[in-house]
Design a protein around this ligand. Structure first.
Ligand code: CO
Length: 299
C-alpha cells in the first residue's frame, strides 16, 4: 500500500521534471521570464508636443527590438484633459504596471522621461517598487534615471545641448533654456546645469518657471553680458503648454514678453529635448543600465 503510494509520488515527480508534462502537476504551463519596458513621461495635451514622446518611444523600440514597450503619463491633470477633450485613455504608471502584471510580465524596466529626479520621479519610484511586493508574478521592477541624475549626466546634457543649438544663432546672441523648476530639493539640478553650460559657452543661461534660477536671474546676466537677442528653448522633454504659453506666448507674463520689455528680442524654438537624438541617447543609456539590472533567466 505505502509502496504503491511511494511509487506514484516518484512517478509524479518524474512527470513534473519534464516541462511539457507540467500540466499534470497543476501548473499554468512552463514558467518563462517575460521582460518588458514601461516609458513614463509627465505627458502633454498638445499633439504637436506628443511627437517628441513618440520619437523617443520609437528609438527605445529600435534599441530593444524583442521587448514590448508601453507608455504611461504621470500627470493626472494631463491624462484627465486628454480623456475629456480627445477621448483617449492614457494609462497612469500604476495602471500600465497593473496591466503588465495581468499579462504576466515578470521583469519590468521603467524609464522616466522626467528631466530631474524631482517629485514626479520619486512618486514613480514608489509606484514602481510597490509592484514586486504584490504577489510573486511581477518579480522585479527597476527604474531608469531621469535625464539629469549624476554629474556625468550633467556633462553629457551640456554637451548634447551645445550640439543642438539653433544653426543660425551667433555667439553674441544668448540661449535661454526654460526648465520647469520645483519646490523639491532636486531643483538644484538647474543651477548645476548652468555651471556646466557656462564652462562651454558664456552666453547660455538656464531659468525656471517655478524654481531657481528665476527669469530675473537670467535677465540680470543677459544685461551684464550686453546681450540684446535671445533664443528661447524649453529644457523639458516636450515643447508643450509651458513652452508654447509661458515661454513663447503673447501674454504679458510670458518670457518672450518680459524679455521684450527689458529690451531683449527673443526667438522661441518650440522643440522638446526628446526631439533631439543627442538628448534621447542619454535617456536611452539610462534605460540600458536599468534593463541590464533585471535578473532575466534566458532559455
Ligand atoms: Co508645470
Amino acid at each position: 500500500m505505502f509502496q504503491r503510494l511511494f511509487s506514484t509520488i516518484i512517478l509524479l515527480l518524474i512527470l513534473c521534471a519534464f516541462p511539457t508534462m507540467q500540466a499534470y502537476c497543476g501548473h499554468d504551463g512552463p514558467k518563462q521570464d517575460k521582460p518588458g519596458i514601461l516609458v513614463v513621461a509627465f505627458g502633454t495635451t498638445m499633439p504637436t508636443a506628443e511627437k517628441a514622446l513618440q520619437h523617443i518611444e520609437g528609438v527605445i523600440k529600435k534599441t530593444f527590438p524583442n521587448v514590448p514597450v508601453r507608455m504611461a503619463y504621470s500627470s493626472k491633470i494631463v491624462r484627465a484633459k486628454i480623456a475629456r477633450e480627445q477621448h483617449r485613455n492614457i494609462a497612469s504608471p500604476a495602471e500600465a504596471l497593473a496591466q503588465m502584471k495581468d499579462e504576466n510580465f515578470t521583469h519590468v524596466a521603467v524609464q522616466s522621461l522626467h528631466s530631474i529626479p524631482g517629485e514626479e520621479y520619486h512618486n514613480l519610484l514608489k509606484t514602481a517598487y510597490a509592484f514586486p511586493t504584490m504577489g510573486k508574478s511581477m518579480q522585479q521592477v527597476v527604474m531608469g534615471m531621469p535625464l539629469m541624475a549624476t554629474s556625468t549626466d550633467l556633462e553629457k546634457v551640456a554637451d548634447a545641448i551645445m550640439a543642438c543649438l539653433p544653426a543660425d544663432r551667433k555667439p553674441n546672441e544668448a540661449i535661454v533654456l526654460m526648465g520647469h523648476g520645483t519646490h523639491h530639493p532636486a531643483d538644484v539640478y538647474y543651477a548645476a546645469l548652468q555651471y556646466h553650460l557656462a564652462k562651454r559657452d558664456p552666453n547660455i543661461f538656464v531659468g525656471t518657471v517655478e524654481g531657481f534660477p528665476t527669469l530675473d536671474d537670467v535677465i540680470e546676466k543677459l544685461k551684464k553680458n550686453g546681450l540684446t537677442k535671445a533664443w528661447l528653448m524649453p529644457l523639458m522633454s516636450v515643447a508643450g503648454d509651458h513652452a508654447n504659453n509661458d515661454m513663447a506666448g503673447d501674454e504679458p507674463d510670458s518670457w518672450k514678453s518680459i524679455l521684450d520689455k527689458n529690451g531683449i528680442t527673443s526667438v522661441p524654438v518650440l522643440t522638446g529635448l526628446a526631439d533631439y537624438d543627442q538628448l534621447v541617447a542619454i535617456w536611452v543609456d539610462h534605460l540600458k543600465t536599468a534593463y541590464s539590472q533585471l535578473n532575466i533567466k534566458s532559455h
